[in-house]
Design a protein around this ligand. Structure first.
Ligand code: SER
Length: 584
């Protein structure tokens, strides 16, 4: 079955079951600069999940174009994609677990013809926030799934929330058994060995999580998501999505053009061409920030792998057109945007080719420096600078170095690169959380500043100065703490001084997961009376501060800028309030 047939079957099935078919929202969220891309079908529906009335009714279905950039560096293996299509159906306070599970089961077994033996499911095992989902498990039994095919797992596996805050709830996930040998006696759908592949996720969204914990939503919703490329691959008995009709024509063309055989590079080119096409078609342009930068990286990486495959860049236009032709049946809107897609990618490739030239010059300089110092190694900092500033691939630096009889300090580069990757990973995750929870780089910096302030207050005023509340916006932090009297000017100056010293020291911010018990033992502060999950995150800022906290935080305090207290006032009896800002 082709992808488009699966999509049509899905939408028709849910239409027959009373759902309104709504259009895919654009990949680039409208009026929401804080979110990079649409990452799940539920994302454009958040207001309706929270109770607003949807004009099309309370049962909806759609296919949603999605981009997830967290895994960008993994593309090239046999499963990661940056662009994918998510099929979804929603109940906005209409049906709940029983109907949702019955419909999923019917669709999988009757419409797609998946034998029951191939299916297993997972349900939420229960914790202090929400009970074990026996209701969902019983629904699965009722439709005919044997008990031994029903597994229970905790929040890590069977709880869904977009980011840190927002509508959420327990979920039931459906898995397809590929028939591979079990990896161990304990092989199960959550073990990740590849025997079981997740195919569908039904979230029973009846909670809202914020800093104060979980509260029940007035409406019991269902939010489901089925990854189309993965389902297509499984139904066609293929090992990877690149073997399906979604990618096969472009993969074959690349193979015929390439002078070097490299399956990973072919996948990267095919995948990044497709995601760039979809992103450009929905209105983004390459740039140095946010979604434009993601697009830029996709195109540059694609170009670099064309080089690696020794495919002439003259071929690029033809490859883009082929990618568009191959996707037209699914996304007819691409035709109207064809010229824009081609010119945007080609122009960005041209720019990159120029930066490659600049990078080569920079490389020559580095070579001369090394020679002057009598070294035969290009240092990691230079390789990283070439990579970061000139978009210069480290493989190329290595090749050039070798041609000149030089080695490269790859381990130092890897270290710098990993730190950078972690930062951009955190960055993109924050951005994703952003739309739902108003978190971004600025609020993240304020979050870390709050930890420094907390500790500084305890040093200056004493242990009793404990956090009573915190509120962060992009403009300032606000921090409430217990203290009986107005702080003096000297005390305020001392607190500011300590915080700024710790910023100047550029202390690393690290995170460890541990149980609440271990966290208490390790001397971490935090709101212990709050309900946390089994494991808590403990953020340490050098040796200076250690707090239980959900994050996110900056990686180094040096990123914070200058800390300044704007106001100290009374909040309530025995509680003072500080408002402070970070100046860049
Ligand atoms: N929101 C859930 C997911 O992304 C179900 O659609 O998996």
């Amino acid at each position: 079955m082709k992808a488009i047939e699966i999509r049509n079957k899905y939408l028709n099935f849910f239409k027959r079951h009373g759902h309104a078919v709504i259009p895919s929202a654009p990949l680039v969220p409208e009026n929401d600069p804080s979110v990079l891309f649409t990452t799940a079908g539920m994302q454009p529906l958040v207001p309706y999940l929270l109770g607003e009335k949807h004009p099309a009714g309370n049962k909806l279905t759609d296919y949603q174009k999605c981009v997830r950039t967290v895994d960008i560096d993994d593309v090239g293996d046999n499963r990661h994609l940056t662009y994918f299509e998510m099929l979804g159906n929603w109940s906005l306070g209409a049906y709940f677990k029983e109907e949702s599970i019955a419909m999923s089961f019917e669709f999988l077994t009757k419409e797609l013809g998946i034998p029951v033996e191939k299916l297993s499911v997972t349900c939420f095992a229960g914790d202090e926030d929400c009970p074990r989902d026996d209701v969902a498990a019983n629904c699965w039994k009722k439709v005919g799934l044997p008990e031994e095919k029903i597994y229970f797992f905790g929040k890590e596996d069977n709880w869904w929330i977009a980011g840190e805050e927002g509508p959420c709830g327990p979920d039931t996930e459906m898995f397809y058994d590929t028939g591979k040998e079990p990896c161990s006696e304990n092989c199960n759908p959550s073990c990740g060995c590849g025997k079981y592949v997740e195919i569908w996720n039904n979230v029973f969204m009846e909670y809202y999580k914020d800093q104060n914990g979980y509260r029940k939503l007035e409406q019991q919703n269902v939010d489901t998501g089925l990854g189309l490329e993965r389902m297509t691959m499984l139904l066609q008995g293929k090992e990877t999505p690149f073997d399906t009709e979604i990618f096969a024509p472009i993969m074959e063309k690349l193979e015929s053009l390439a002078k070097v055989s490299d399956i990973q590079s072919r996948r990267i080119v095919a995948e990044h061409l497709r995601s760039s096409m979809m992103i450009i078609s929905d209105g983004a342009k390459p740039s140095n920030v946010d979604r434009g930068y993601v697009l830029r990286r996709l195109i540059r990486r694609m170009t670099r792998h064309l080089n690696k495959l020794q495919i002439s860049l003259e071929e690029l236009e033809g490859l883009i057109n082929l990618t568009i032709d191959n996707a037209l049946e699914m996304y007819p809107e691409l035709e109207a945007n064809r010229a824009m897609i081609v010119s945007t990618i080609v122009e960005e490739k041209d720019k990159f080719v120029k930066t490659l030239a600049h990078g080569e010059k920079e490389f020559e300089k580095a070579l001369e420096r090394a020679e002057a110092e009598g070294k035969n190694v290009i240092d990691g900092e230079t390789i990283f600078k070439l990579y970061e500033t000139y978009g210069f691939p480290p493989e190329v630096t290595e090749e050039l170095a070798k041609e000149n009889g030089f080695e490269i300090d790859a381990s130092k580069f890897d270290e710098l690169f990993k730190a950078h990757q972690e930062k951009s990973r955190l960055g993109s995750e924050q951005k994703f959380k952003g739309g739902l929870a108003e978190q971004n780089e600025i609020t993240t910096a304020y979050h870390t500043a709050t930890h420094l302030l907390h500790k500084a207050l305890q040093i200056v005023l004493g242990e009793h100065a404990k956090q009573k509340g915190s509120n962060i916006t992009v403009d300032r932090l606000r921090f409430d703490f217990s203290h009986p009297e107005k702080m003096t000017k000297e005390q305020l100056e001392e607190v500011e001084k300590i915080v700024n010293e710790k910023i100047a020291e550029d202390l690393p911010v690290t995170c460890q997961e541990m149980t609440l018990e271990e966290a208490k033992k390790s001397g971490a502060t935090g709101l212990f009376e709050n309900k946390y999950g089994d494991k808590v995150k403990v953020y340490s800022i050098g040796d200076f501060s250690k707090e239980i906290c959900g994050g996110p935080h900056v990686t180094h305090t040096g990123e914070l800028g200058h800390f300044k207290i704007k106001k100290e006032e009374s909040s309530s009896a025995g509680v003072r309030r500080i408002k402070a800002i970070l100046e860049k």
